[in-house]
Design a protein around this ligand. Sequence first.
Ligand SMILES: Cc1cc2nc3c(=O)[nH]c(=O)nc-3n(C[C@H](O)[C@H](O)[C@H](O)COP(=O)(O)O)c2cc1C
Length: 343
Amino acid sequence: MRLEPNPHLLSVAPMMDWTDRHFRYLVRQISRGTLLYTEMVIDKAILHGNRPRLLDFDPSEHPVALQLGGCDPLTLAQAARVGEEWGYDEINLNLGCPSERVQGGGFGACLMKEPDLVAECLAAMREAVKVRVTAKHRLGVDELEDYGYLTRWVEKLEAVGVEVFIVHARKAWLKGLSPKENRQIPQLRYEWVYRLKQDFPHLRFVLNGGVRTLEEAERHLAHVDGVMLGRAVYEDPFVLEQADRRLFGLEHRPSRLAVAQAMIHYAEAQVAQGTPLWPVVRHMLNLFKNQRGGKLWRRILSQQATRQGATPEVLWEALEVVRAHELEQPSTQAALAPGLRSS
Ligand SMILES: Cc1cc2nc3c(=O)[nH]c(=O)nc-3n(C[C@H](O)[C@H](O)[C@H](O)COP(=O)(O)O)c2cc1C
């Protein structure tokens, strides 16, 4: 079986309310090679809703994958086609979300109990588009936590042509645990994902769940094809600082000040197009995480950028304050001198 060069080496997970286009733009300033996923978008919302609002992204976000939620082969196929036309590099199906709302719609993690239907959905999506179609799932759900079940699941999806499996390495409890608890309580079993790679060496497996650092990701890469990071990136986007150099062979050395500058220019452009300031700025709060002045940056942004009528000017002011704290090496400071506002 033929797989193109591996774009899944490192990716940022789909996260509702977090990985919107503004956060993805920020991550892209830090890593050019990392594959980015959208939040889950429900297929029917794409078919009947405001497509530009749901799907627009900046060209710099490539490579970028659209994650769909749904359980109807027809509407999933139609939504996948729209996603492809919109320019996404991959269409992914969410088979791991246990929220009650998603369960109510009959999709997400509860589909792990219905491999035949999932295979039908993925087959229809594959038929509808030329870009790759991938699955993101758990190890199992409820009482279905059994390696044999998982291998039959992979075989079923492989039979309809799925080649890339993103595995959140724990099962989900559909009743009794909140989505947040379902990302913490069920035990992580990385060895099951390693074993899948051994049992299906011709398929691509991406390990997800609880990976906090690039070093940890690199250790997993000795066993699997890719690693997907979620919360660690949102909580400190600079966890990806060395990703381009260490994993993608790219000579890109992001600095927090330069990323902040790029984001302020981006915020200015967004505000000029009518986007309110806060939806952009809220993703910038952790940009100086664990740095001197980082808490101050967060506080100034939270207080000033939420005010009615706030303009991107507050961001420049906050950056001046942070620079005064000498957050970065003198060499980076010098590279930025004299004006913070140069692009
Ligand atoms: C706020 C939040 C929203 C999430 N939304 C989605 C989603 O829309 N689709 C999805 O497949 N997983 C979603 N997830 C799960 C993540 O993609 C990922 O599988 C999970 O957080 C485990 O990875 P991590 O430990 O690296 O965060 C979400 C996680 C978080 C924290």
